[in-house]
Each structure stands twice: as C-alpha cells, then as structure tokens.
Design a protein around this ligand. Sequence first.
Ligand code: MGD
Ligand code: SF4
Length: 716
Amino acid sequence: KQIDVDQWVKSVCRYCGTGCGVLIGVKDGKVAAVKGDPDNEGNKGLLCAKGYYLPQVITHSERVTKPLIRKNGKLEPCTWDEAMELVTAKFKESIANNGPDSVAFYGSGQQLAEEGYVANKLFKGAIGTNNIDGNPRLCMASAVGGFTTTFGADEPMGCLEDFEHANVFFIIGSNIAEAHPVLFGRLTDKKKKDPDTKIIIADPRRHRSHEIADISLQFVPGTDMALLHAMAYVIIEEGMADEEFIAKHTSFSNGKEAITFAAYKEFLKEFTPEKAEKVTGLPAAQIQEVARLFGEKGKNTMSMWTMGINQRVAGVWANNLIHNLHLLTGKICKPGSTPFSLTGQPSACGSVRETGALSHLLPGHRVIANEKHRKEVAELWGVPADRISPQAGLHTMELFKACGDGRVKCLYVMCTNPAHSLPNVNAYQEGFEKVFLVVAEAFHPTATTKYADVVLPAAFWCEKEGVYGNTDRRTQHLAKAINPPGEAKPDLDILLDLAQRLGYGELFPFKTPEDVWNEYLKCTTGTHMELATYPALREAHGIQWPVKDHQGNKGAVRRYVAPEDPYVKEGIDFYSAKDHKAVIFARPYLGPAEVVDEEYPYYLTTGRILEHWHTLTMTGKCPTLMRAVPKQYVELNPQDAAELGIKEGDTVRLVSRRGKVEIPVRVGKPGEPRPGLLFALWFEPDPLVNAVTIDAVDAASKEPEFKICAVKIEKV
Ligand code: MGD
Ligand code: SF4
C-alpha cells in the first residue's frame, strides 16, 4: 500500500551483520515505516521481520529520556550536568588513586564506528589504559584470530555477490535461515535459479537452514575439527588439491613452526574418514562425499560460518581449518569461491575490529603488541609515544572478573547488556554490584541498568548519524532521520562531553560524526584498510574497503586479487601474510571444554531465532514479534523426550556445574536437535539461560564457548 511520508531517509538495518540497506519513511518528525533499499547490493530491497518492525521499537515507553543517578538505592532522574559531573569525579578519583587501569570501557558491535573510535582514543590514548573491550569478543574474536593467523590480516576477502557465482555452499555452525534471513533468501533464490547448486549444512542441530540442504551433517557437538581435517585428507588423497596454487600462495605450519606439505599430509593420516567417523559420528562415506563436492575441480565453493565455529574453545583453530580447505583447493579470491565469515552484529567489523576497540587492538587493524603500530597511532592521536601501554588490556571475561576482585573500579558500558549476555553470568554478579557502573542505554530497565550507578539516555539508531561496517567489508552511512526523545543524546556526544570534562578536550575537537571520521580516515591510510570519505559514503549504498587513497565510490569487491584489489598488480597476492603466503595449519584436534558424563549427560547449545535479537531489550518492545514467539524454550529431540517422559509444554530444569534454569520444553521433529543435544533460546532476562552456560574461553581469541556445555535435565 502507498505510505504517506514526508521523506525517505537512507540508512541501514539496526540488527544483524548482513547490513541490509533500509529507507526510513519519516512523517511529521516520526518514523512511519521502514522498507528495504532496492539499490543496496546486500539486500536488494529485501528485509526480514526484525528490520520491518523497527518502527514499533523506537517509541516504546521504556525509552530512557532523562539521565538517572542511584540515590538511596534507587535510580532517580537528574540533570545531564549532575550525571556527567558524578561520572567525571568517580573516574578522575579512581585514575588518581589507583592508576588508569582501574577504569574500563565495555562497548558493542552495535555501536557506530565514530563512537568506537572516540571511546578507543579516550581510553587508550587519553586516559592511558587498554582496558577497553566489547561484545565482539563474545562473537567474532575467533574469526579475527582465524583471519589474522592464516592471512596476516583480519576480515573476509569475499563479498555478498559471491552467492550468485557459487556452485557449492558449505555452511558450518550457522543457522543462516534465522540469524541472517535475507542472506538465506539469496541462497534459496540461487538454488531455485540453478537447481544443480549443492548446499551442505554441517551442524549438530537440525534447524530451519537444513530445509534446503542437499546434505545434512549432524555430527557430535564439538568435533568439527575432525570433520574439517578429514575433508582436507580426502581432498589431497583424491587429487583435488591445487598443487600449483599451494606452491605459489601458501606455506604450512603446525602452529609453532613451519612444516612441509609432506609433514602436513603425514599429520592428516590421523584424520582419515574412518577415524573421523569414530569422533564425529558421521559415516566415513558421507565425509568423503562432502569433501568431493567441496573439492570438485571447475566448481566454485563458498563456505560460511558463524557462532557454531567462533564460540568455541577451539574457535581460532576451527576457523583456520575452514581456510585450509579453500587454500588446498585454490577455491579462494574468485567469484563464488571464498571462505566467508558471517558477522553476528551489524558493525562488529566496522565499529570494533576496524577501529581497534578491543583490548589488544588499535585502529586500522593494528595491534597493541606491535611497537611500530603503537608509535604510529600515538602520533596520529597527538599523544606521547609511551601513552599506549604495550600490554593488552583485559579481555571481556577478565574485565568482569576484575570488577569483582577490585582491580577495575569504574566501568562505562555502552550499547550492550552484559548482565544478561555473559556466559556463566551469575559468577560475575559481584562485579556488577561492586564496580561504579555507568550504562549508556536507549532502554530502561535492562539486566545491566538494574546494577547501574548512572544511566545515560542514549539516542537510538535512526536518531543519530554515523557509520556501520557490515559483514563483507562494506562501510555504510546511516543518516539521522528523527530527533531523539526527551533529553536522550547520541553516544558520540556523551563520550565527547566526558572527554572534555576529564580534561582531554584538546584531543577531541570534533563537532560532528564527519569530523571524527576525517581523523579516523587518517588512521587507515597506508593500512590496506583505507575507508571511503564521508561525502562518498553519504551518496553510495555501501562501499567496500580497501579504497586506495580514500578515492572512488566503488571500493574493492574482492580482496587480494587483481583488478578488484588496488594493492594487487596481477593474479592473487596475500600481501598481508608473511612472504605473501597464506598459512595452512596442522592444528591438533581440540574438543569442547566440557564433555558429557554420567552426571551431566546432555550437551546444551544456545542461539538465535528469526524473531528476536539477543537480550530482547529491542525486539521485546515489538508486539508483532512478541506475538510470534512470546517465550524462550529448550528444544529436545523427540527420542530423548520420550525416554525422559517429557512432553511439549512441560517445564524442565537444566542444571550445569555452574547454575540452573527452569524453562518450557519444545519437542522438535526427528533430528531436531541431534539426540543427546538440547538447544535453548536465551533471550529472556528471567529465568537466565546464561546461568548455565560455560565461560571457558579459546586460548588465543578469549572468546567463550557459548555453544557447548554439559547439563542434566530434571522435570519440574
Ligand atoms: P543486546 O540485546 O544486543 O545484547 O549481547 P548484548 O550486546 O548484551 O544489547 C544491546 C543493548 O544496547 C540493548 O540493551 C539495547 O537497548 C542497547 N542499545 C540499542 N541501541 C543503542 C544505542 O544506540 N546506544 C546505546 N548506548 N545503547 C543502545 C550480545 C552478545 O550476547 C553477543 S554479541 C553474542 S555473539 C553472544 N551470544 C550468545 C549466545 O549465542 N548464547 C548465549 N547463551 N549467550 C550469548 N551472549 C552473547
Ligand atoms: Fe536486518 Fe539482518 Fe534482517 Fe537484514 S537480515 S533486515 S540486517 S536483521
């Protein structure tokens, strides 16, 4: 139907990493509608339900419209000046008495790039602490580790257009149908247009994505490394390896030292399909079939993965093994042939990985550990060279532990809800209670604002201008469409105010997001991650970096390959990797941190559904989505349900070594999930599923293993 609006404003969806282009219909200063942007390459006009129903979220009565301060145990409205003076006094006092590392910042892959950049500069460059981390540690840190160890630089080489060219899709640890619905639409379109397209879904849990799978691999949870090594074994054994590509573009390593191709082949003998069958529970013949599909010469293969691979103690290594398959077959940097990491949050790439707003990073994909990088950034920031400490700051789980044991005394939380979303969250409750907690939020109450000493009312999504960096190196501009309600302000303005009050005003002379962007652009010059200019981004419907010399509206569709990548003269060049060679890793097998036993006989996994976003603070405000899925549940395989005498709708208690949660049951269809595996949604703040999940982390990426822990199940 025709919608009566005053104007359509070009923006990007608030939710997932796909970064669908949207047009926001504004009428009388209010959002009247949201529709897909037909000129955006990412979604070509399509949106999923979460995107369409964004207008219902914006005006909800639980928006925070005034700053709140805790007085006599209760959060009460106050003026901005009162709130900011209190925050400033507490931070100053803590820095003076206990040093800069006694304060910290915890941000989000949903913040804008300018916000991430300024927060990073304020904490690392001005205050002088590397204690700034964010929720991408919970979702993408292992993908970062995979890209940087294999290719020497973060982020994917492929692009969304590769969907159109791939003949085989290998999707592992991703429920793309529900977590990235518009991309699933592209997949189904491709299959319709070209029925010979083969789709392999590898996941212990059968979910909606399996509906279009040609082959479903439901392996024992946590055994993916055995599957991926076995596929590499078959690829080499059956002559599908591209020897020329391997010789020219790759090297081999066991993670400690360089090894030869022959040594790698020897290592893989531990992973014959027959041996992998014993570990994964998948028939050897099926592993062979999948490896053959992946490796078939002349066909293009695209791999996709998300949290099933990343949220694991073997997260970085499993990422490496996916890259191995593409490097062995040379199916990389070609249309339709690419490893393609799907990003969970809209701007985990743009606002955190690229701005360097994690405790071990610096802007432009630089790292704290590198002295040259520290010097470059200190100079760009105009701070003394020794201001940026060579020690990485606290990663997320350590940071919240430090709030409990007193190392961190003041914490600023922005655009995230950690009192709900951390794993084994009850273990961190003491930290939330003890620390001086500042929460910049669009809504109140949330699980985290309940602990806050100060709540700062934040402008939401279309109420501010800024930039997101979405899943395929696509930088996109979000225009401001309406004013924020009451006294709410953009996070950027709040951070700049804090910087000023803390006495660092000279380092932050910015008046607009564009001013911030212009300084940030300089930090990306010469990094192979150059971004486009603000005017170009305002005009375009997304621009993919690298944009050499910040020129041009098109950007690099594919990376490491000529002519698309301006840094490559001809053919393929992994220019960020040592000796220009990407590394094929012989990583030792590593299973989950916790395995099932007699006492805790079921595996529990957790994840998203189509209708809701993370901790429900946003989609929970949307009546249409709440009607669709009003309650979280745990899904049981019908065979397990029958054995336990549990029916659909019963309430059960899930108990782990860390905590328990009572939750209604949904009995799945056969295979949903694999017998012995339970799948729980985790969006409700009470009861909290994260009381049960495990906070064991990957040794390298420090990403927690949300996807696997051992539980017992009791009927209530
Ligand atoms: P969100 O609900 O996305 O969850 O967890 P969180 O980031 O904690 O929280 C975002 C918050 O930002 C909301 O409260 C919202 O109201 C607020 N907000 C929205 N817009 C703005 C704004 O413009 N400014 C400010 N200041 N605030 C705003 C996500 C985290 O959860 C992630 S990233 C992952 S990958 C993990 N996944 C996961 C899992 O798979 N299983 C389990 N069990 N737990 C998980 N936790 C992790
Ligand atoms: Fe938004 Fe993701 Fe849905 Fe696109 S697929 S409309 S970005 S939630």
